[in-house]
Ligand binder design. Sequence first.
Ligand code: CA
Length: 369
Amino acid sequence: MNRRGFVAAAGLAGTASLLAACRRQVAGPAECATGGEQSAAIEWKMVTAWPRDFPGLGTGANRLAEYIGRLSNGRLTVKVYGGNELVPPFEVFDAVERGTVEMGHSTSYYWKGKVPAAQFFCTTPFGLTAQEINGWLYYGGGWPLWREAYAPFGILPFPAGNSGVQMAGWFSREIKSLDDLVGLKMRIPGLGGEVLERAGATPTTIPASELFTALQTGTIDATEWVGPYNDLALGLFRAADYYYYPGWQETGSVIEALVNRQAFEALPPDLQDVVEIACQAVNMDVLSDFTVRNAEALRTLEEEHGVQVRALPADVLRELQRLTWETLDEMAAGDELFARIYESYRAYYDSVKAWSRIAEQQILDQRVG
Ligand code: CA
């Protein structure tokens, strides 16, 4: 969004939140008249699961902090920390839970060891697209379930970015059949990893900062990360020859903002609105960034670096999809919360699938030239 557009949106948001604050009888008349600028500035810390300023993800976290500062007129400022600056990437959730920081920027499938059902709020293999999952989260019952899933940890989740459809990843050898997945050591987190394990591979989860070396040294045979924009930045094309699509394992991954509940509830209501609206703004912002940059980076990878872009075979994708539903059914059997969230997700998936099939899917299939 250009600055003029953002300021217009921010002006509306600020007016709305000020009215909300007054309606809630929290602010006194003087504050309602002035927007409460007299309050002392509140300073928050946000830890992230990404390297500092990492394209799309780290820059998304930066924009979220910037939006909160601008929308609040400087009354709430957020200092952003890259992965490992305050805590390692996979300790973002713990840091927000403990309250040592007020915010985190990460993605929910990293926390599957704590809450298996959290994975639905990032992505499922062969699942919802970015637009579809926003429908579920904002208007289809998904977000309340997400809040319930994180409630025991004193954390409030907010959608705060989306990668769009990802790539299947970088492979040091060709994938011509299901047999080629057997014994494959691949960095692939979340449900995609569980599904790939059922296909005979050995999934592992390692952070972005270690991917290139792991792939180049043969510690792993393959890795997925995100898509052309991010993968170009990591230089993964120098460590493996084959770049496969589609990103069956991540079809529209939600990036989350985590907020410590006590810190959030200590904010005046208008600043609570600022946090929520800034997250919603950055949710669209990150997806837009990924969309334009992925297209540019794909061209760079193919034309400047000679990357071989390949489609996964149809029978491999069919089997991975069968294993996906099998995995989800089994996980739901022993986990009440997982089962309830899965039921909501699956009902929405079936509903929106019928619409998308005659809407986006038809338009995309009609494209020629
Ligand atoms: Ca990924």
